[in-house]
Design a binder for this molecule. Structure first.
Ligand code: SF4
Length: 423
């Protein structure tokens, strides 16, 4: 039995694609081993969003080929699209497979072991051609509904490595949901590159979510990272549906209109806050988390202060802070007034401290309330961990709880950045 190891970097979309490949190799009789163990095949699904994601990808490539010199190393993901020529020259890499052909990696590897060498460029190009996930490395599973992006924000390399926006046929998505529910998953995460731009035969993002929550079964739906540039006023109503988790990771990026314009973001601070307030009016406990870039070219101290103010006003329960990372080939890379690294570090530290404070405030506001927790890790010490529908990390100090089961808990206190829940 051949051994295969996977390493995934970056976003949920990459995670979905890896989980699908894991299922395919597993069903074909391969043993899926932990990355870092010796393997006949190592597949690294890379990310290239920032310089550090490139560096991490390189490290895992070298680790895999170093550990299994007789094995084959397959590099795919966004760095494969972004740095193809460089990667193809590397001797410790057997195959470089771009995102479009990633769905067909099993065919490439299987042919290799049968002695039929296939050029990656001749693999099937289908960004939606992935098998249904049966075996995942996680409790919740992702469903890919969209790929690519037409927004071309000035700092972002993704449209160049994931291509133009494309939406998956609605019937395929609903069928995929039915199959993963049949496979026992209890939470699905809708993912893509710019999912609020979903559009298929007149169906909008709201419409496809409505179709998904209509699927029978005891499961719930989480929406992954979403851009605030295609919301409709009736969107908050959708979240009255019991299957839809009242949490959105809504990407702000900056709290300054001056910087949002330079980023070519398609909303203003006011329209962003309008979305947040429209949700909170209908769902007072609604949980927003976000991404913010600090140190974007030209960002003044005043711009940054506006970002801190808006983050406080929006009451995010968590802020993913990114120090601006210059990506060659993007508009922002050619901008003047690049911010010194020291200033980026100071600003990201301030934002991290604010994020911790806001997280505590949100968790405190949810104490004495009830959450439905999906157990991810029951441990041997008689406690279990999982997330509630509001995406709150909850520790339950009760023995014998089962993995991948729902439990209704009451939130009691906060301990070590986790909320303690009791049944
Ligand atoms: S919306 Fe902007 S940041 Fe998001 S993927 Fe598209 S170009 Fe990148």
């Amino acid at each position: 039995m051949k051994k295969v190891a996977f390493k995934t970097l970056g976003c949920r979309l990459n995670q979905f694609e890896t989980d699908s490949l894991v299922t395919q190799f597993h069903n074909a009789g391969y043993e899926v081993v932990e990355f870092g163990k010796k393997a006949d095949v190592s597949i690294i699904n890379t990310c290239t969003v920032t310089n550090s994601s490139d560096q991490k990808s390189r490290n895992y490539i070298n680790q895999a080929s170093g550990l299994s010199p007789d094995g084959i190393t397959v590099v795919s993901g966004c760095m494969a699209n972004h740095k193809k020529e460089i990667l193809e020259k590397q001797e410790n890499i057997t195959y470089v497979v771009e995102n479009e052909q990633k769905n067909d990696i099993f065919n490439l590897v299987d042919s290799h072991f049968k002695g039929e060498l296939v050029h990656p460029g001749n693999l099937k190009a289908d960004v939606f051609g992935f098998e249904t996930v049966e075996k995942s490395l996680h409790t919740r599973t992702s469903i890919k509904i969209q790929d690519g992006c037409d927004n071309f924000c000035s700092f972002c390399i993704i449209p160049r490595v994931r291509g133009r926006a494309i939406s998956r046929p609605a019937a395929d998505i609903v069928d995929n949901v039915k199959r993963v529910i049949d496979n026992g998953f209890k939470e699905i995460v809708l993912t893509g590159v710019n999912i609020s731009r979903y559009e298929y035969e007149g169906l909008s993002f709201k419409n496809i979510v409505e179709k998904i929550v209509e699927v029978e079964g005891d499961f719930r739906v989480r929406i992954s990272s979403i851009e605030p540039d295609n919301f409709t006023p009736d969107f908050p109503d959708l979240f009255h549906h019991p299957k839809l988790n009242p949490h959105l990771h809504l990407c702000l990026q900056s709290g300054s209109d001056n910087i949002l314009m330079k980023m070519r973001r398609m909303y203003s601070v006011n329209s962003f806050m309008g979305i947040v307030e429209s949700f909170r009016k209908v769902h007072p406990d609604f949980n927003f988390t976000t991404d913010i870039i600090v140190g974007f070219p030209g960002e003044t101290e005043e711009d940054f202060q506006q970002t801190l103010n808006i983050a406080s006003r929006a009451k995010f329960s968590h802020i993913h802070t990114f120090r601006y990372s210059l990506r060659n080939g993007t508009r922002a890379a050619r901008m003047e007034n690049q911010i010194p690294g020291k200033v980026k570090t100071e600003r990201s530290e301030k934002l991290r401290i604010l994020s911790e404070q806001l997280e505590k405030e949100y968790f405190n506001s949810m104490l004495q309330k009830s959450q439905r927790v999906l157990i991810e890790n029951p441990d041997k010490n008689g406690s279990a961990f999982g997330y509630g529908e509001h995406y709150i990390p909850i520790q339950i100090e009760t023995a014998g709880l089962a993995k991948n089961e729902f439990y209704q808990v009451s939130l009691k206190e906060i301990k070590n950045n986790r909320v303690i829940g009791i049944i």
